[in-house]
Design a protein around this ligand. Structure first.
Ligand SMILES: [Zn+2]
Length: 232
């Protein structure tokens, strides 16, 4: 993870929290982390009375998550939740985001998600990362060649043994996943825990300070011989 800048694509507000400990460790060491969320999270209401304000709630939760994890920049493409599909505009938006963020590495969904927005995010972002490095669509910014592309979720169990993958030591930062989830107040029924319970568990994990790691799968387009990361 010897990077200066990374970019994390997520289908929904909170998907990036899957790799919260890695984000927290990287930002703590000065790495610039940007997050791009594809949809507006408009379907994430556990109570019908929240329907009209869920998008605003989730936007506020994203801001709070950014403060907890040290995320410096967040792009919101605001496509409809449960309705993300490939189209020319969203593809170009992703190219623009890569070129603006100029990351050394990109993290996105793998191909094996159950949620159709996750699958669509994979299908849109993988070619967008490649296209961002090509000398085309000059109105979207200077081409940016991304060194490594990883999947941080939605990888088939069978693939877990096949790799190639990178296991990143996040000892001392594991509790940030709980702290980040605690900020997602509208999703606490999904997590099955209250904010207080999440924060209490974060404190327990912090005090226990047990070895912890997060795993990332290298996209098929990259080879382990591409390592170690090179800075341009
Ligand atoms: Zn999601």
């Amino acid at each position: 993870m010897n990077y200066r800048r990374i970019l994390v694509f997520g289908a929904h507000p909170d998907d990036e929290i899957t790799m919260a400990a890695t984000i927290a460790k990287l930002t703590d060491s000065g790495v610039e982390v940007a997050v791009c969320i594809m949809t507006d999270g408009c379907e994430g209401f556990p109570d019908p009375s929240w329907r009209d304000r869920i998008v605003a709630m989730r936007a506020a939760e994203m801001e709070e998550c950014d403060r907890v994890l040290g995320i410096g920049r967040r792009f919101r493409l605001d496509r409809p939740d449960m309705g993300l599909t490939y189209d020319k505009q969203v593809f170009k938006d992703c190219i623009r985001v890569v070129r603006e963020a100029r990351p050394d590495a990109v993290f996105t969904h793998g191909p094996a998600g159950m949620n159709p927005d996750h699958v669509a995010t994979h299908q849109i972002t993988v070619p967008a990362v490649w296209q961002a490095g090509e000398p085309v669509s000059a109105d979207l910014g200077e081409p940016c060649e991304v060194r490594h592309l990883y999947y941080y979720k939605d990888v088939l169990t069978s693939r877990r043994d096949l790799g190639p993958c990178v296991t990143f030591d996040v000892t001392g930062f594991e509790h940030y996943r709980l702290l980040a989830n605690a900020t997602q107040v509208s999703q606490h029924t999904l997590f099955g825990r209250t904010r207080e319970e999440l924060e209490a568990e974060a404190q327990r994990i912090k005090e226990a300070n047990e070895p912890a790691s997060e795993t990332f799968w290298l996209s098929e387009r990259f080879r382990l011989t591409d390592f170690p990361p090179r800075h341009t």
